[in-house]
Write a protein that binds this ligand. Structure first.
Ligand code: SF4
Length: 144
């Protein structure tokens, strides 16, 4: 079983209440080859919600307690991101997931590059919080 970002599967769970559907991801879910999850919703974030970014670090730094996630008003939402990441890991274990396809640049799902915390659209190297946790668990993470 593959774990995929729910917004890529066509579920309206992105911060703006829309999806980021990718046909091939949707087909994987329709054929029951993939399970779709939204870590931010699992962590208690609403739909729609304010944009959020990791400031001064990456998802790995958040897991290590060295960086936090903030919304556009400067509210610290790190707890929700950690809760969502661990809930995603639990689901991955339940389904014996070995591979994920996650949404690029997200502070939760991003792999390799994420927004830099300025809300200006700039990117830095690093993974989102959930992607970093799934990688630590030995799950292969690919972005779309
Ligand atoms: S947390 Fe992941 S699955 Fe949820 S909307 Fe953001 S990128 Fe998509």
């Amino acid at each position: 079983m593959i774990l995929v970002s729910a917004c890529l599967a066509g579920i309206d769970c992105a911060w703006d209440g829309k999806n980021r559907a990718a046909l091939e991801i949707r087909e994987l879910v329709d054929k029951k080859l993939a399970v779709a999850i939204c870590p931010e919703v699992l962590g208690g974030r609403t739909i729609p919600r304010m944009r959020t970014e990791i400031k001064d670090g990456s998802g790995d730094d958040v897991l290590n307690g060295r960086a936090n996630v903030y919304d556009e008003n400067g509210k610290d939402v790190t707890g929700e991101f950690l809760k969502g990441a661990y809930a995603a890991l639990e689901i991955a274990r339940e389904y014996h997931v070995k591979k994920t396809i996650l949404k690029s640049k997200s502070p939760s799902c991003g792999i390799g590059k994420i927004y830099d915390g300025s809300f200006e659209g700039d990117l830095v190297d690093g993974d989102g919080v959930t992607a970093a946790l799934l990688k630590r668990a030995g799950i292969v993470c690919q972005c779309a």
